[in-house]
Design a binder for this molecule. Structure first.
Ligand SMILES: Nc1ncnc2c1ncn2[C@@H]1O[C@H](COP(=O)(O)OP(=O)(O)OP(=O)(O)O)[C@@H](O)[C@H]1O
Ligand SMILES: [Mg+2]
Length: 400
């Protein structure tokens, strides 16, 4: 048998450290987010100068891939270091609400950060909140909770957001034990929250602007430098990558593209990445987050999204009506011999796609019976999206 590993290991690699291109890797230097880190430090300074006197609630907004998560994780480390140096007890916990979709899961995750052995079941959310607060009081601890991708919790966990923002308010002169940083792409998703929670969260907003072209170049070059061997990629090529990434504003796309181009160069036994590697890498790459999201969608949702994609592709227009999409959806379901979902279920799917930033919907009329929506997929290539959905459906055993 041929030992491919043996062969591959003999080949000199173009990577110095592949893991540093990983999208979850937080570098120890975040270029061009100094200002945001400074503002965060200013806002949270009181946690260190006067511990447990104040509870901070901050909201961070900004488009996908502009470094919100990375910056807040980085800041978490910063504040813990500053606290430890001064013997102040602060714990930092980063919750991804897309993963922990219910109040209960979020609370368990928080509880387990304070007490690793805490059992997973047997408590109501209200009880959990009380136990958390009791622990914080007993341990003289302040908790900085980051609720990343907060929009996922809004439908289901509005109450939790309310409780967490109020957790300290119960008695006068009680210590303030919890601070919160919420992260959302788009602030409009907050409109479903009750007015007082919304106004609490909206008091301090830090909006992360898209990186400029120069900034995008610097960041991608820095990430390439720490992950690839010297001279693996020229500045000229970094410029072309910057051009491709800049329009989308998503650094994650750039990191993926560099990674792919490098893999292609290795496969071709090249000593540097060349234009062709980038072209090939870009060809079948769809922006990371939707790709990631697609793999989590069930068959029905994928088929519905496929109908929208196909409808748009076929008509050549930028928008498609919900009614047209449903017609195409029905035909696909019929061909596959599967049951169609109801109108209101499809409407819910649409809201989910919207939240995931795959589509945008222009609502023409809101009345329940007459909901009319014009759907748009502006961000990605329809051909790539269609191919990706078909690929995933195939992996689930459905050939279209
Ligand atoms: N200034 C920077 N320096 C180095 N890497 C960065 C910088 N900004 C972003 N990145 C990298 O880009 C990728 C995307 O950033 P991040 O995950 O923080 O985006 P985000 O704003 O949270 O996006 P989303 O809304 O999709 O969650 C990450 O791998 C991150 O490390
Ligand atoms: Mg993020």
């Amino acid at each position: 048998m041929i030992d491919y590993f043996d062969e591959l290991l003999k080949q000199p690699s173009l990577f110095k450290d592949e893991s540093k291109l990983d999208i979850n890797f937080v570098p120890n230097n975040l270029l061009h987010r100094e200002k945001e880190l400074y503002v965060l430090s200013q806002l949270f300074l009181v946690l260190i100068t006067n511990p447990n006197s104040t509870s901070r609630k901050i909201l961070i907004t900004g488009k996908t891939g502009v470094g919100k998560t990375a910056t807040v994780k980085f800041f978490g480390k910063m504040i813990i270091e500053a606290a430890v140096k001064r013997h102040i007890f602060i714990k930092h916990i980063h919750v991804n609400c897309r993963k922990e979709r219910t109040s209960y899961k979020v609370l368990i995750k928080i509880m387990r950060t304070i007490n690793n052995n805490f059992p997973k079941r047997g408590y109501s959310p209200q009880e959990l909140l009380e136990i958390i607060l009791e622990h914080l009081n007993n341990q003289e601890l302040h908790l900085l909770i980051v609720l990343d991708e907060l929009s996922y919790l809004i439908n289901d966990g509005g109450d939790l957001i309310y409780s967490l923002t109020r957790i300290n308010d119960d008695s006068i002169n009680s210590k303030q034990r919890v601070s919160i940083i919420g992260i959302v792409r788009d602030i409009t998703c907050l409109s479903k929250l009750d007015a007082s929670t919304m106004s609490t969260l909206q008091r301090n907003i830090i909006d992360f602007k898209n990186y400029s072209k120069e900034e995008t170049f610097d960041i991608l070059k820095f990430r390439a430098k720490i992950s690839l061997i010297d001279n693996a990629i020229s500045d000229e090529l970094m410029n072309s990558i910057t051009e491709l990434v800049h329009n989308k504003g998503d650094i994650r796309y750039g990191l993926n593209l560099i990674w792919r181009a490098c893999k292609i160069a290795e496969r071709k036994h090249l000593r540097h990445i060349n234009t062709e590697c980038i072209r090939l890498g870009n060809q079948d790459l769809i922006p990371f987050s939707p790709q990631d999201i697609l793999t989590y969608l069930n068959e029905q949702k994928l088929i519905f999204l496929l109908s929208i994609t196909r409808g748009l592709k076929k008509s050549g227009k930028t928008q498609i009506s919900l009614a047209e999409s449903i017609n195409i959806y029905k035909i696909i379901c019929e061909n596959l011999d599967i049951d169609c979902r109801s109108y209101s279920q499809l409407w819910n799917y649409l809201q989910e796609f919207k939240r995931d930033n795959i589509i945008s919907v222009l609502v023409q009329s809101e009345s329940f019976k007459g909901r009319k929506g014009l759907i748009e997929i502006a961000e990605f290539s329809l051909i790539k999206l269609e191919a990706e959905i078909i690929r995933i459906l195939k992996s689930k055993g459905l050939s279209i």
